[in-house]
Design a protein around this ligand. Sequence first.
Ligand code: 13P
Ligand code: SF4
Length: 376
Amino acid sequence: MPEMETAEFETDLSLFKYDNLEQLPPAYRDLSGAERTERIEVALEELGDDVVILGHNYQRREIVEHADFVGDSYGLSTEAAATDADYVVFGGVTFMAESADIITDDSQSVILPSMEASCPMAGMAEALQVDAAWAELTAATDDDIIPITYMNSYADLKAFCAEQGGLVCTSSNAADAFEWAFDRGDKVLFLPDKYLGTNTAHELGMAEETVEWDPWDPESKDAEKAVDNDIILWEGYCQVHERFRESHVEETRAEHPEANVVVHPECRREVVEAADVVGSTATITETVESADPGETWAIGTEIHLANHLDRWNPEVEVLPLCGDACMDCNAMRQIDPNYLTWVLEELLEGRERNVIEVDPETKDLAGVAMDRMMEL
Ligand code: 13P
Ligand code: SF4
């Protein structure tokens, strides 16, 4: 399996959403693997139950090895809601840490070790842009439109969805969220992942009722035409999953006729159709873990998860779906173990670094949209 390079530590601070986030101090930049592992273990021992480390399935090995829980976005949210640790150190990206802050108590702090871990897809639906689209779409119809945002979005968009009677979903409950919305309204505006939206529409037998809304292309935006459809899909996507093509599935099957293919629903429709199984990163993990010894599974998702599955399941043949062309998620990769060492050692000194704190008003509203999802 391909090895991934490490991230840079210096960047332009002005690009980031939270202005309290700090870069790694120079003293932490050259730690050896053995030294940081030892220091992380010592810090965790001393911090005990005060800290919990949550790690997304796409985190690098040196992070998941220290995590108390490793899972998909939905699983991480339920763990965050359940923990009473004072500090939730999040191995994931900004929108996940925000979601953890939304569902934990005000007395708990959520720490994102590196400020650069921002998912590009979440940035593809800015709340201001969505407000403008909403005004156009609601002016064009008397029908009730229910907005649903994928978890991969920022807190202000989650708050917007709550205000407009909508909710949040993850890749593991998107179909349930659509059904929830159609029980309460006539149409759905789904943000920001058009591929997850398309795949969910197919799952519900509503593929013919979708239309795309591209906020960057004024020519293509026609509100009258859009509201003739029941599902309006925002033109966002994941750069990691978009890269998979049907030809990758065909080539894998030609080279490994015994291989089964499992892919994430952020992949293009034709890739999902060509696969044997589609599901969230938890479903992908369970699929490989429940495979019989000797089975071969090609993994159509971010490369770190394919690498973990290969390591965790030595009796199963695990292949990345597009070989060396498979991408790692640059945002997830920013959570460097040197950063983890730093934030934990700072906690030992009573200093909280890189805390993600959603403003109280947004937090309350976004919490409503998250609660609606948790109750699905
Ligand atoms: P999961 O909810 O399946 O873990 O996916 C999160 C994600 O960011 C996929 O790109
Ligand atoms: Fe965002 Fe894609 Fe990375 Fe998931 S894999 S965090 S959607 S960029």
